[in-house]
Design a protein around this ligand. Structure first.
Ligand SMILES: [Zn+2]
Length: 92
């Protein structure tokens, strides 16, 4: 995997993107999302940001054993909001 296909910018070099975290499978509960890390050899769902481009948050499905990118899509607005809420600094 040397390039990712941003939905807005097209295929760009991997160095433009920033990995955030591996995501749990859809439909899992909040406990599984926090405590169960799913590391399968054939498919991984990951949260990435096009940090040196349009700054869009992306969901990347890829095969970690050979690096093949299966799918790149824009993260749902609720996913992006959840990330912003988690990363916001609370001054109190
Ligand atoms: Zn982009």
């Amino acid at each position: 995997m040397t390039r990712l296909d941003c939905p807005f910018c097209g295929a760009r070099e991997l160095e433009e993107f920033r990995f955030h975290k591996t995501l749990a499978e859809p439909g899992t509960n909040a406990c599984d999302d926090v405590y169960l890390r799913v590391n399968r050899l054939t498919m991984s769902r990951e949260h990435w940001q096009h940090a040196k481009g349009c700054r869009a948050w992306l969901i990347v499905r890829r095969n970690p054993s050979d690096g093949t990118v299966l799918d790149v899509r824009l993260a749902a607005s609720s996913d992006a909001l959840a990330h912003n809420k988690d990363s916001r600094h609370d001054p109190s």
